[in-house]
Design a protein around this ligand. Structure first.
Ligand SMILES: [Fe+2]
Length: 287
């Protein structure tokens, strides 16, 4: 059985969130939701998340999962906001513990910040499976962009997060702490080993030179044939050289500092102070 997939594009962060439905009933999962955040004012907004909540309510859907492909560095997750309104269990890769350890240190979090993934409802490892109503989901561990990256294969659809982007854009960067271009190349081979007709839904789109429209859906066959970084038989050495050289030129994502602090807590803000106010930190010369 194959899912019905509805995409929600957030132009501010170039993120695509997905609602993945069981065609035989009302069960669904939400993948990679976005909490809007204006860094200059420190204000959150729920416009993007409300679009998903409204859709779920209008279609009478039963949200079973709120899945994260990884700890995003470019947007804040709205998983807890959506969970509070329409339910669902928040899931991420088991290697979140590595990410929490790394960034727990960067942000000098105290011992009250647990680094065991316990902020999430479910930690997945390679080979795990789960259900969305009658639909079956399988978990591929696809690290390289970050250590905790997962690909969720649900029926004939693979939600690849930040591994592969559209064929004309290529692949995700590998220069965040714990990232590795060698590892990403190996992970991508796992995705490309899925049947050619597998639909691939990417986590971001930035258009590509010569393309006027945003796009997020492609197939394994198209990626193998035409992905500019890994398609048409490009080998690991060439990929690693290209990826590392390109990553050295990239600036940090605008929202990396707030995103990491929130997303490593499963989308929760840090604890409020004694007056009930919430603050994020800016580590100087650490990233
Ligand atoms: Fe990412």
């Amino acid at each position: 059985m194959n899912p019905v997939v509805t995409a929600f594009f957030d132009e501010a962060t170039n993120t695509i969130s997905y609602v993945v439905r069981d065609p035989s009933g009302s069960a669904c999962a939400v993948i990679d939701s976005v909490l809007d955040f204006d860094y200059s004012s420190g204000r959150t907004d729920t416009k993007s998340a409300d679009a998903i909540v409204d859709y779920v309510r209008a279609e009478n859907l039963d949200v079973q999962w709120l899945l994260e492909s990884h700890v995003h560095a470019d947007h804040l997750s709205a998983a807890p906001y959506i969970q509070e309104r329409v339910g669902g269990k928040i899931g991420i890769g088991d290697n979140i513990r590595i990410v929490q350890d790394t960034f727990g240190k960067v942000f000098n979090e105290g011992t009250e910040f647990q680094r065991d993934g316990s902020q999430f409802d479910q930690l997945f490892v390679e080979g795990d499976s789960f259900h969305i109503g009658q639909l079956r989901g399988d978990v591929l561990h696809t690290p390289g962009h970050t250590p905790a990256c997962l690909t969720y294969v649900i029926g004939d659809a693979a939600f690849v997060g930040d591994t592969l982007f559209m064929p004309d854009f290529g692949t995700a960067r590998c220069d965040f702490p714990g990232g590795s271009s060698e590892t990403l190349f190996a992970s991508i081979q796992k995705i490309l080993a899925l049947p050619d007709e597998t639909r691939i839904f990417v986590g971001h789109d930035y258009k590509a030179p010569g393309r006027d429209e945003y796009a997020w859906e492609t197939t394994v066959g198209e990626q193998k044939a035409r992905n500019i970084h890994v398609g048409a038989g490009k080998d690991q050495n060439a990929f690693v050289k290209m990826r590392d050289a390109r990553d050295a030129t990239l600036a940090m994502p605008k929202l990396i500092i707030p995103s990491l602090q929130v997303n490593m807590r499963a989308g929760q803000m840090p604890p409020a102070d004694e007056k009930g106010d919430v603050f994020l930190k800016v580590p100087i010369n650490k990233l």
